[in-house]
Structure formats: C-alpha cells, structure tokens
Design a protein around this ligand. Structure first.
Ligand SMILES: [Zn+2]
Length: 101
C-alpha cells in the first residue's frame, strides 16, 4: 500500500471517530435523525476506505437502520447465557455478542 493510500485511510479513521462521537452526542440529546446521518456517513467512510470498525463502535449502532444505540434510550441491553443481546428500539433488530468477564 503506498503512502498516499495509507494517509487517506488514517484521515478516514480519524473522521470515523469524530463522526461516532458526534452521533453519540446527538443521540443522547435525542436528535436521532441527525445521529443516523452521522452513522451513515461513518459507515460509508469505512467501506470506501476499507477501514474496519472496531467492536466498540459496532456495538453502538444498528446495522439495519443505522440508528445510534444508546442503552436505555434507543436500545435495550440484556445479558443472556454468556451473551449480550442488544435490541434496536427503532427497528427491532437484535445483535448478540459473547459476554466475557
Ligand atoms: Zn435498527
């Protein structure tokens, strides 16, 4: 990979982190449409520059409807048999993660 591409990916990753923070902030304020636009933008960047989103970010948005997932607000979080089950309260989609102690 040449340096130009590396640099582009680095910039994309920085923007992804900023967009994620913005999406969380807007989500907490209840501006869910705006939060969704940030999430969409973030996912586009991730695809375009092939930057993998870490689990810590993936856990906080819905793959199906791009909603930001804030526990107790836009998502429901449950612990089930060594799994974390997160439900999107907007579209009802579930995501599951193994629960590590
Ligand atoms: Zn959803």
């Amino acid at each position: 990979m040449d340096w130009r591409r590396k640099k582009a990916r680095k910039i994309a990753w920085e923007r992804i982190q900023i967009l994620f923070q913005l999406a969380l902030e807007e989500g907490r304020k209840g501006n869910l449409e705006r939060a969704r636009r940030y999430v969409e933008h973030m996912r586009n960047l991730s695809q375009k520059y092939k930057v993998r989103l870490p689990k810590e970010i993936k856990m906080y948005f819905c793959k199906k409807c791009n909603s930001i997932l804030i526990p107790g607000k836009t998502s429901q979080v449950r612990l089930k048999k060594k799994k974390i089950v997160i439900k999107c309260l907007n579209c009802g989609n579930y995501k599951r993660y193994p629960y590590k102690r």
